[in-house]
Ligand binder design. Structure first.
Ligand SMILES: *Cc1c(COP(=O)(O)O)cnc(C)c1O
Length: 360
């Protein structure tokens, strides 16, 4: 068996110990005589698995007791509709900050449900920056302010939590959740598809402040009503059981690594290996402004695009896959989530140097 260094943006690499444990437990989970996939979501075994996953997630992120943690389906893209349908609470307007492809998708969908005020946009820098907070034109009557914490495609990330006063801050953290500690109390709602940094696809985690739920849009499907889901402990309908189990194992792995402060140090060291090298060479270019470079998704371009295919082929021959950038931006992108070991990044940088020496 050979495992590659998988730089996929998502679904993405999972920690190997998690995959091994899942394999060991595949046929018989803890003496139950069945796989987690085969369990009733209402049985005592699965209820314990889900409760354990939630407890670990709450501990890791220090989620205050006044917040619900919901296990849902539909991915972050469904949340682009589910968030306004739950959080508008009779209001007609919401603020959105436009920092790239995922923000644009959120904005487009929200426009079906409310008047969207794009309070700031990085379009003028081709989405290589985060607009400075002082430039945001927030609307005091907005139901919430929406940001994308980490733009998975463009590779820009907030390295601070913006202060938006008393209006609830909503963040799409799909590609950065669990990569570092956050102060949940600064947010009204955080959502994330699991398949980047938390587990397999099919699970969406929503962390929402109690007082924001319970005033849904009249046409909101019950299965997407945060209050309904919360009141049923995420079991209003069948939740993505296996994905919740794996997310629980990922959380246990993170705790064993020392928690989120430790994982953040690790992530910073990995990202620095790549960015520090990119800053020394003209052969490759990192387009994003230094103060908002993502620690999770590192886009870069070869100065000579004609070498892209050869670069990717050589990477694959050395066991490094999924380095091709998103079709909307081209070039390369190395996604280096929690599960990417530092050796993966060292191997990539060594290959980049070798490739430069050969072609530079
Ligand atoms: C991947 C991603 C999405 C889309 O998630 P789906 O699970 O495909 O709906 C949305 N936002 C961000 C920031 C992402 O990285």
């Amino acid at each position: 068996m050979t495992r590659v260094f998988n730089f996929s943006a998502g679904p993405a690499a999972l920690p190997e110990p998690v995959l091994r444990q899942a394999a060991d437990e595949m046929l018989d989970w803890h003496g139950s005589g069945m796989s987690v996939m085969e369990m009733s979501h209402r049985g005592k075994e699965f209820i314990a698995i889900a409760a354990d996953a939630e407890a670990r997630l709450r501990r890791l992120l220090a989620v205050p007791a006044s917040y619900k943690v919901l296990f849902m389906q539909g991915g972050a893209i469904a949340e682009n509709a589910i968030v306004p349908m739950n959080l508008l609470r009779g209001k007609a307007k919401a603020d959105y900050i436009d920092t790239g492809e995922w923000s644009k998708k959120s904005i487009k969908e929200a426009r079906k449900y409310c008047s969207v005020n794009v309070a700031a946009s990085a379009a003028d820098t081709k989405y290589t920056t985060i607009p400075a907070r002082e430039t945001w034109k927030l609307d005091p009557d907005a139901a919430y302010v929406h940001i994308c914490g980490n733009e998975t495609i463009g590779g820009v990330q907030y390295h601070h939590t913006p202060d938006v006063g008393s209006v609830p801050l909503v963040a799409d953290m799909s590609s950065e959740i669990l990569s570092r500690p956050i102060d949940v109390a600064r947010y009204g709602l955080v959502y994330a598809g699991a398949q980047k940094n938390m587990g397999p696809s099919g699970l969406t985690v929503v962390i929402v402040r109690d007082d924001l739920i319970g005033q849904p849009h009249s046409l909101l499907p019950s299965a997407f009503d945060y209050k309904t889901v919360a009141d049923a402990d995420s079991m209003y309908n069948t939740p993505p059981t296996y994905a919740i189990y794996i997310a629980g194992l990922v959380c246990a792995w993170l705790e064993a690594q020392g928690g989120l402060a430790a994982i953040e140090r690790h992530n910073r060291a990995k990202a620095a290996l790549l960015y520090d090298y990119l800053d020394t060479t003209q052969f490759y270019r990192a387009p994003v402004a230094r103060d908002c470079r993502s620690l999770m998704n590192v886009p870069f371009k070869l100065a000579d695009e004609a070498l892209d295919a050869e670069f990717l082929k050589g990477a694959e021959a050395r066991g490094m896959v999924q380095l091709k950038g998103h079709r909307s931006v081209g070039g390369m992108r190395a996604s280096i989530y929690n599960a990417m070991p530092v050796e993966g990044v060292r191997t990539l940088v060594a290959y980049m140097k070798e490739f430069e020496a050969r072609h530079g």
